[in-house]
Write a protein of this length. Structure first.
Lengths: 305, 241
């Protein structure tokens, strides 16, 4: 039997083979680039999800995900409020990354993956027929486990998103967006003198902050992070965690993490997934001091998982 | 090397724990001072205020407990940070007891004020003054994480114990002289014991402060001067004073 993780990994690597581009580009392009098959729809002006000034709230109701016949995620109901950090924790294969990828429809690129139920961003169902997925992925950005800067200059890494979405009115505006994103990601001082150098020349921690800057350059409302620190040393991790604390003021952040300690440090609310079920979710302090469910307690105290 | 944590929120949480401990300490000092003044001046109103004032310390103890548990769960503190949180927990427990004893002194004062004034009441403020100085110095030592100052304070408890032993004998003597002294002297005995216990808790705080700064316990046994458990006063000796 193939686990969801294996099915997922296989699907993504197949996709990469087909694209025949660098890993970085294909993964992130799926998030940010216009898809040719949707071009027609985009031109005819689909109902883009209106960007309201109100809460960037994500709600999920009875979400199920199937990889072929495998029922990987079961009846998930959860609310994610504006300007908070929510952590998804759980053992390997529990469905947390699967659910994360539902929020910006990354699961669309996986063959055989079927999503049912409702996921709303600001009250609008993101799986509605007339949704522009490209726009969705600009409003719900993503940062991956292994830092994956484009094989371009630092400047172009950040400028790519705004360019293709037509967000900058000219070179000056673009320069300003690049600087602002790098500042907000806490990277500006370290790279301001070498913006034309390749992004791949940075250290691991810097590359990850570059990827975060890239995600925020298109002014998302929600940032999804899939184990963003697992490839980083403790100091680089601490810097990212402090960055997440600062970003919370302007963005809503959902972070999948293998480290319960990180979830405890970084989030205001935590959701525990197990075997495809959302077992429990609530205030982080409550989850880690007095969890309601035995399974939650068993996992966080290291009795299983 | 006292640099800040990379994650600022961590620093804020530790500082909050510190601040609550010091606030509790301040209130405990004020409570003891109020209780002694109420005793000396036979001021029942002040005594009532002190009794009511203990509630604040109890609340802060609960608040600190909650914050400490939260910090342990959410930050996983290590090394000196861990000792910081543990020390705050222990010291708040000691301060809460000091507050309770001060309240008990005030309660007994209310009883005493219904009886005629008694000479023995004059010895008590001297003992209290000693203890008040110890509390002040130990809180200073905690605020500055000063291990040497903590050791200094730790030694002074012996003097308090010796005063208590002497007071014990004195009160027994009064009670044997005249049965009418028994009621007031019994209250005074309890009051003296309460103050002696306050001194012990302040000494605990000194030990915790030393551990907080150095990670080590103060070596050797605590010098014990409280010999009241062994005191026997014979009626023949009673008539001498």
């Amino acid at each position: 039997m193939v686990t969801p993780m294996q099915a997922n990994a296989a699907a993504i690597s197949e996709q990469r083979e087909r694209n025949k581009e660098s890993d970085a580009m294909s993964e992130v392009e799926a998030v940010q680039a216009p898809r040719p098959e949707l071009a027609r729809v985009a031109q005819s002006g689909p109902t883009a999800i209106p960007k309201t000034a109100a809460k960037a709230r994500v709600t999920a109701r009875d979400v199920n995900v199937y990889y072929g016949d495998n029922h990987a995620l079961k009846h998930v109901d959860i609310d994610i409020y504006k300007n908070e950090v929510v952590a998804f924790i759980g053992p390997s294969g529990c469905g947390k990354s699967t659910f994360l990828r539902c929020i910006n429809r990354m699961n669309d690129v996986i063959d055989g993956c079927r999503v049912t139920g409702e996921i709303n961003l600001d009250g609008h169902d993101i799986y509605a027929r007339d949704i522009d997925v490209v726009q969705l992925r600009a409003r719900v950005g993503m940062v991956f486990q292994k830092p994956n800067p484009f094989p371009k200059s630092i400047y172009d890494n950040i400028a790519y998103g705004p360019r293709i979405h037509g967000l900058a009115s000219g070179k000056d505006a673009l320069d300003e967006m690049v600087e602002s994103s790098l500042r907000r990601a806490g990277l500006w001082n370290e790279v301001k003198d070498r913006l034309r150098q390749p992004g791949t020349g940075l250290s691991g921690g810097q590359q990850q902050r570059l990827c975060i800057a890239r995600a925020i350059a298109v002014n998302p409302e929600v940032i999804l992070m899939d184990e963003p620190c697992s490839a980083l040393d403790p100091i680089a991790t601490a810097k990212i965690e402090e960055l997440i604390d600062e970003l919370r003021e302007n963005f809503t952040i959902v972070i999948v993490t293998h480290s319960m300690q990180q979830a405890a440090r970084v989030s205001q609310r935590t959701a525990f997934f197990h075997l495809g079920n959302l077992v429990e979710w609530g205030e982080t302090e409550q989850i880690f001091t007095t969890p309601n469910d035995e399974r939650t307690q068993g996992y966080i105290t290291g009795r299983f998982g | 090397m006292n640099s800040e944590h990379i994650v600022k929120a961590f620093d804020e949480e530790l500082q909050r724990l510190n601040a609550v401990v010091l606030r509790m300490g301040g209130i405990a000092e004020a409570q003891l001072a109020g209780a002694i003044e109420a005793l000396v001046k036979r001021d029942s109103d002040l005594a009532q205020k002190v009794v009511a004032g203990d509630e604040a310390i109890d609340q802060m103890d609960i608040e600190l407990d909650d914050n400490a548990v939260r910090t342990l769960a959410l930050r996983q503190p290590m090394a000196n940070d861990l000792r910081e949180v543990i020390a705050a927990l222990k010291i708040s427990g000691d301060l809460e007891r000091i507050g309770d004893y001060a309240k008990n002194v005030a309660k007994r004062t209310l009883a005493l004020n219904q009886l005629a004034p008694h000479d023995a009441a004059r010895s008590i403020p001297r003992m209290a003054k000693l203890v008040q100085a110890i509390i002040k110095d130990v809180l200073d030592a905690y605020a500055k994480h000063d291990a040497n100052r903590a050791i200094d304070v730790w030694h002074r408890d012996e003097e308090v114990d010796e005063m208590y032993t002497a007071l014990f004998r004195e009160l027994l003597t009064y009670m044997m002289e005249d049965p009418r002294n028994i009621t007031p002297c019994t209250h005074l005995l309890f009051i003296a014991k309460n103050i002696e216990r306050i001194g012990d808790h302040a000494t605990n705080i000194a030990e915790t402060t030393h551990y907080l700064s150095t990670g080590k316990r103060i070596g050797g046994g605590r010098p014990k001067g409280d010999l009241s458990s062994f005191q026997v006063v014979n009626p023949a000796d009673a008539g001498e004073d």
